[in-house]
Design a protein around this ligand. Structure first.
Ligand code: ARG
Length: 459
């Protein structure tokens, strides 16, 4: 019988029990719950609130419950509602009266806040590790294809030639901002709430700093009412995760495009694609598509928790139990997406012949021709207009810039000379030497800087 069940309530309201129970999902917090309880028992003994002997029994009991759970021999029951009650009931079963003292100077409200923060801190570190893993894979890919040129796009139209490495490093930058956001989020998760009690604090001489130290927290919470009802750290994780997934979805989308026959820029390793059940020629980029698709649920989870928290009065309300499933799902989704994407990037082949062909086709050097005239003294706006006409003429003739004779060039401006033929994809790249540009020398610097960052040296 659940000790929490309202005494006026009829027995056997199974549906209510199921509706309110969190054990189907908060079982995931068993480790955090036990670690938190062990620290709490230690502190209670240190402060003389329980005896050393009792603390000893509690700690041994909790350690063996952890083993039972890990060996799958502990049956968690919905009747006991949540992970806290399940573990406590089992402890009392095992060690008797000492077990009944564990919940002294504590409430499930500060207990669950602690468990979630412990979980979040671990999730954040793990996430950062995986983000850096993907950054490394991108960096390896960029370095291995240092000389590959491709068209850079605006409006998904070929715009100006760029180095493939430059394009890839753009994603490195996005992920670096994500790492920064998760590090920032860690600061706010790293606050120890135990000792807040149900909401008002506890009437015992506890040592909260000791608890923080035992549990590896940077500091303790300052206001008990805030501490039991604050879920900002979960929202922040989910917001940072949403941005990271947005970045990932853009990368995934480009890979999907690039692996199409139309682009043919990359070839994905077979393990990251599937065939079609009816069209034998197909090689579908399912992993990238799922990464793109899963972005939706991560956004959904963010919106769900924001909506749950909206207008909640202080302090603890059962609504807060809804903080878990979406959060766990987002952590799972982001981490697994980062993992598979890292593998996909690491095994992806770049078809430099195809990207070069695309970079050389069309009138991608139009801006460079305008810049050529600017160097000969033509104001940029006029140069832009001259080259516009030149492009139109060439298109009508079905010719590329290379195929036009000097005479044809000079019909548009007498300043065109023989050296116009030295305007090439290579010269276009070489010219973009301003910091952050695609000139090979700049990209070389950017690669070095990125390498330092993933090696943990500040750059
Ligand atoms: N299962 C609850 C949760 O996840 C634990 C805290 C319960 N506190 C309470 N006062 N009912 O939020």
């Amino acid at each position: 019988m659940n000790p929490l069940r309202n005494q006026f309530e009829k027995e056997g309201e199974k549906s209510v029990e199921e509706y309110t129970a969190s054990i189907p999902f908060d079982r995931r917090l068993y480790k955090q719950d036990i670690v938190g309880s062990i620290a709490h028992a230690k502190m209670l003994a240190k402060q003389g609130i329980i005896s050393d002997k009792e603390a000893e029994l509690i700690m041994m009991g909790l350690a063996s419950i952890r083993e039972e759970i890990e060996q799958g021999v502990f049956e968690l029951s919905a009747e006991l509602e949540d992970i806290h009650m399940n573990i406590e009931a089992r402890l009392i079963e095992k060690i008797g009266e000492a077990g009944q003292k564990l919940h002294t100077a504590r409430s499930r409200n500060d207990q669950i806040a602690l468990d979630m923060r412990l979980f979040a801190k671990e999730a954040i570190s793990h996430t950062i590790e995986k983000l850096v893993g993907l950054q490394k894979a991108l960096l390896d890919l960029a370095e291995a294809n240092k000389d590959v040129v491709m068209p850079g796009y605006t409006h998904l139209q070929r715009a100006q030639p760029v180095l493939f490495a430059h394009h890839i490093l753009a994603y490195f930058e996005m992920l670096q901002r994500d790492v920064g956001r998760f590090r920032d989020c860690l600061k706010r998760a790293d606050v120890m709430p135990l000792g807040s009690g149900a909401l008002a604090g506890v009437p015992y001489a506890i040592d909260r700093e000791f608890l923080a130290q035992e549990l590896g927290f940077a500091r303790v919470s300052e206001n008990s009412m805030d501490a039991v009802s604050d879920r900002d750290f979960i929202i922040e994780y989910q917001a940072a995760a949403s941005l990271a997934m947005m970045h990932i979805s853009r990368l995934a989308e480009e890979i999907i495009l690039w692996s199409s026959v139309e682009f043919g820029f990359v070839r994905l390793a077979a393990a990251y694609t599937t065939g079609s059940s009816i069209m034998p020629q197909k090689r579908n980029p399912d992993v990238a598509e799922l990464a793109r698709g899963k972005t939706g649920r991560v956004y959904g989870n963010l919106l769900a928790i924001l909506t749950t928290m909206k207008a909640l009065p202080l302090t603890y309300n059962r609504d807060l139990q809804e903080d878990k499933e979406g959060f766990f799902d987002t952590v799972n989704t982001l981490i697994s997406t980062l993992e598979v994407l890292t593998g996909m990037i690491a095994t992806m082949q770049i078809r430099g012949d195809r990207t070069k062909e695309a970079a050389e086709g069309g009138y991608i050097l139009a801006t460079d021709l305008a810049d050529y005239l600017v160097r000969k003294g033509v104001p940029f706006r006029q140069a832009h207009e001259i080259v516009g006409k030149l492009v139109q003429y060439a298109m009508e003739k079905g010719k590329g810039f290379k195929d036009l004779s000097l005479d044809e060039y000079q019909r548009f401006s007498p300043l065109f000379a023989q050296d116009v033929y030295s305007v090439t994809v290579e010269s276009s790249l070489e010219a973009r030497t301003a910091r952050g540009g695609t000139a090979p020398r700049q990209v070389e610097q950017a690669l070095k800087r990125a390498r330092k960052i993933v090696q943990g040296e500040d750059a």
